[in-house]
Design a protein around this ligand. Structure first.
Ligand code: GLN
Length: 289
């Protein structure tokens, strides 16, 4: 079958669900991923034909896209901080807003002479600690998560990307009670967290591909206690950060002031709330007094 015919079928089947640009970018990403074909291939070889085996693969991806399966789950990887991370249904797909948080940390610390000790709480795919570890020479980086399945993905990424992050299985909400916390009973220079923060009442704003395919364990919090992970992280950080150590949080855009207040009521100074590229309150930094 002609490759350009397949592209037309993609549009006729998917344009009702996604924008034309999205369908184009899915199509090109898939032919690059599966057939190693560059996106300009159709311009130079408009009559390019793909074989039966390739057709099966590209039509299988089409049926998954129709079910609104995220493209990153179809190809199994997501690009974050110039690195390819393996992802599956057990971890959140790394978001561009989270890259902004990582860049903030790197801007603040990449020129420090100190060997930094860093902890990411609720690590998922490991994208935050692994990209920090790759970008900060000599840092000692740790990550924890409650989900064994997520940690398998994080460990795999750690190995694939040649990083040296140490991962622990632990629940943010009962850290001090857990045995694994003993191993974490040290002081850190930087603590980061992007915990679940989406309220049930915000579900209506979310896309089906997120609700149906990403882990609710990593996304949702009860409407009546939306900051439960933040209180736990702030308490832990108040005890486990060195003096002048930094806490960085990705936050719910509607709860900027409330989250900031948690840090103000705890042992933090110079608290800064920042917007993401979309203009939403999305991250907070606080320095431990
Ligand atoms: N930013 C993610 C979303 O909008 C949520 C991430 C989180 O809950 N930590 O789906």
């Amino acid at each position: 079958m002609l490759l350009r015919e397949i592209k037309n079928i993609y549009h006729s089947e998917l344009d009702a669900i996604y924008s034309k640009e999205e369908v184009n970018s899915f199509f090109y990403l898939l032919i690059e991923h599966y057939f190693d074909l560059e996106r300009f291939i159709l311009a130079i070889q408009p009559e390019l034909v793909i074989d039966k085996k390739q057709e099966t693969v590209i039509f299988q991806a089409l049926s998954e896209l129709k079910l609104e399966k995220p493209i990153q789950h179809i190809i199994g990887t997501a690009y974050f901080m110039d690195l390819d991370f393996k992802v599956n249904e057990h971890v959140l797909i790394p978001r561009p807003e989270t890259e902004e948080l990582v860049r903030w940390i790197l801007d603040d610390h990449k020129n420090t002479a100190k060997i930094l000790t860093i902890l990411d709480m609720g690590t998922g795919s490991g994208c935050i600690p692994i990209s920090l570890d790759k970008n900060l020479t000599d840092a000692k980086v740790f990550g924890l998560d409650i989900s064994t399945d997520a940690l398998k993905v994080a460990e795999e990424n750690n190995a694939l990307l040649n990083a040296g992050v140490k991962f622990y299985e632990a629940d943010i909400l009962s850290l001090d009670a857990e045995t694994s916390a003993k191993e974490l009973d040290k002081k850190f220079d930087i603590i980061i967290s992007n915990p679940p923060y989406v309220r049930e009442l915000e579900k209506a704003e979310m896309q089906n591909n997120v609700i149906d395919h990403e882990p609710s364990l990593a996304l949702f919090v009860p409407d009546e206690d939306p900051l439960k992970f933040y209180s736990a992280v702030v308490n832990f950080a108040a005890d486990h950060l060195n003096e002048n150590g930094c806490l960085y949080l990705e936050i719910n855009q509607y709860l900027g002031e409330e989250t900031k207040q948690l840090l103000e009521e705890s042992n933090f100074k110079t608290i800064e709330l920042r917007k993401d590229m979309f203009g939403n309150d999305r991250m907070i930094k606080g320095i431990r007094k």
